[in-house]
Design a protein around this ligand. Structure first.
Ligand code: KG4
Ligand code: ZN
Length: 327
């Protein structure tokens, strides 16, 4: 059994976790930066990077203390090496390199998207490759066929905005605050999803991709004329319809053991519910990680590290931090 320390700092969560190769989550420590970014209505990269510098070392100490282990008892150190806000990625990766060098342990440079992609296997030991993954977060909206650790086939991506970005912009437009996704979901509870006519970009299209820019623009036009709850509910329904349509299209051409949803938007109950129904219609297992594992965290980075470590991967200490890094 291997014990992996994972570090995450690619956006606005700073996190350190200890996870074992047999799926024990030994420590899960996380600091959010919402309060620092709220006055700006979005994540400010420079503020994020500075906050990571302050928050990460005590989180690592806390994780080791919670696990009752010393650094030299860890088998490998996994750190997010991208994609993300480059200042933040550098903080976590350089910290990971320093710890690896000091403790004489291997460094595993993890792609943040791989962290999301493999995270469902941390809490579901029965989830076997290959599975269709809908990865929906603030920065990404992709359909991936996950064939193994390090083996991904990208079937679709967004041609403009990510789904989470659309949630965040809609929240800003409606004055619902930051972060936007949970605020829109809450507002939608009191609204009518059929009240506001909104487009479903690329729905029914022969091409596989996602698009949310047109929906965002339509929300901006409609918002002044309807109650905020109705706009929120109608917007959320439009996103759900697009996700279901594009996922249905992807399912046609592949063999998969399960339909899996991950990323921050997977925390949305309407999204989860609709995908669960879709999986049932196709006779597929539906797997969604617990909510805390859907949004950014270091347990998923440690777990991706564990899978890569088991597969024999490790990375040199001059591995670069990358703002862009497609899976
Ligand atoms: O995966 P994540 O924590 O960070 C990225 O890698 O992007 O995802 C954050 C995104 C944000 O856009 C946030 O608004 C969205 O996930 N999100 C939600 C919900 N919770 C978080 N979107 C819709 N409904 C939610 N309940
Ligand atoms: Zn993420």
């Amino acid at each position: 059994m291997a014990l992996i320390l994972g570090l995450e700092s690619s956006c606005d969560e700073t996190a350190a976790s200890l996870v074992t190769s047999d799926r024990q989550i030994v420590a899960h420590c996380l600091a959010r930066q919402d309060a620092a970014h709220r006055p700006y209505g979005g994540v400010v990269p420079e503020i994020a990077a500075r906050a990571h510098v302050e928050a990460l070392p005590p989180l690592i100490e806390q994780a080791l203390a919670e696990g009752g282990v010393r650094l030299d008892q860890v088998d490998a150190i996994a750190a997010t090496a991208g994609p993300g806000l480059i200042g933040g990625v550098m903080v976590g990766l350089v910290t990971g390199k320093a710890l690896a060098l000091a403790a004489g342990k291997p460094l595993i440079a993890v792609n943040h998207l791989e962290g999301h992609a493999l995270s469902p296997r941390l809490t579901d030991p029965d989830l076997a490759f290959p599975y269709l993954l809908l990865l929906v977060s603030g920065g990404h909206c992709q359909l991936l066929l996950v064939e193994g650790a390090g083996r991904y086939r990208r079937l679709a991506t967004t041609i403009d905005d990510a789904a989470g970005e659309a949630f965040d912009k809609t929240a800003k437009l409606l004055g619902l605050g930051f972060p936007g996704g949970p605020a829109v979901e809450k507002a939608a509870e009191a609204g009518d999803p059929r009240a506001v006519p909104l487009p479903r970009p690329l729905k029914g299209s022969a091409e596989p991709h996602f698009s949310f820019a047109g929906l965002k623009a339509a929300v901006a036009r409609a918002a002044p004329n309807y109650p905020a709850a109705d706009v929120a509910a109608s917007f959320q329904q439009a996103v759900v319809d697009c996700l279901v349509d594009r996922t249905t299209r992807a399912l046609r051409g592949i063999q998969a053991t399960a339909l899996v949803v991950a990323g921050g938007v997977a925390a949305n109950r309407a999204v989860r519910g609709a995908l669960e129904q879709l999986a049932a219609q196709h006779g597929l297992r539906f797997v969604a990680p617990p909510l805390w594992l859907c949004t950014d965290n270091a347990a998923m980075i440690a777990w991706a590290g564990a899978e890569r470590f088991a597969a024999g991967f490790s990375d040199p200490l001059d591995t670069p931090a990358r703002a862009r890094w497609p899976l």
